[in-house]
Ligand binder design. Structure first.
Ligand SMILES: CC(C)(COP(=O)(O)OP(=O)(O)OC[C@H]1O[C@@H](n2cnc3c(N)ncnc32)[C@H](O)[C@@H]1OP(=O)(O)O)[C@@H](O)C(=O)NCCC(=O)NCCS
Length: 155
């Protein structure tokens, strides 16, 4: 990606108007995500905003093709603990890049942005869950595999 492209795909925080720029459709490329009404989006957005810097959702907008579409996103939640001298841990979630622009380092930029935020917030580590096939991507982003994920679904 050249410097012009770099400028056109910069990372910023999610804005309330991003629902109309394909943010939900992008999340649908990641997992099951029904359409979200304007009202429901605003309510959830305000709820998340109350956490301030402890819950950051970032996006990249495609200004290159003038589509203005949201083409990449990811989030990080800052967990406050008692262990490790009341340490903090960053949890990265919901990382996805639009299928039309994968392989252009956008995913890595999202992960770097979220990791930098966690570091700046005083976290001693940042962690995430991923599929086996995405391990090489996260290794390229400086992560290493450790332990396993356990889950219990309620629905
Ligand atoms: C996984 C995903 C976010 C990667 O985004 P991306 O923008 O295509 O990745 P990048 O271009 O930033 O890749 C960075 C590096 O990782 C490598 N990489 C990316 N995905 C890879 C994969 N599945 N296997 C091997 N290497 C991979 C790239 O080749 C690149 O290597 P390089 O720096 O040597 O050129 C994207 O493929 C995606 O959205 N997938 C569907 C949703 C998903 O699985 N999200 C993750 C949930 S945990």
């Amino acid at each position: 990606m050249d410097s012009v492209e770099e400028e056109m795909f910069h990372v910023r925080k999610l804005e309330i108007s991003d629902r109309n720029k394909g943010f939900i459709e992008l999340l649908q490329q990641l997992t099951v995500c029904d359409s979200v009404s304007e009202e429901a989006f605003q309510e959830r957005y305000q709820e998340i905003a109350k956490y301030g810097d402890d819950h950051l959702i970032c996006v990249m907008q495609d200004n290159k093709h003038n589509s203005g579409k949201i083409v990449a996103t990811g989030s990080v939640f800052i967990e406050k603990k008692f262990i490790r001298n009341c340490g903090k841990v960053g949890h990265i979630e919901d990382v996805v890049v639009d299928s039309s622009v994968r392989g252009k380092q956008l995913g890595k930029k999202i992960i770097d942005f979220l990791s930098d935020h966690a570091r700046a917030m005083g976290c001693y580590k940042v962690i995430l869950d991923c599929s086996l096939e995405n391990i090489p991507f996260y290794e390229k982003c400086g992560f290493k595999q450790k332990e396993v994920q356990m889950v219990k679904y309620f629905i």
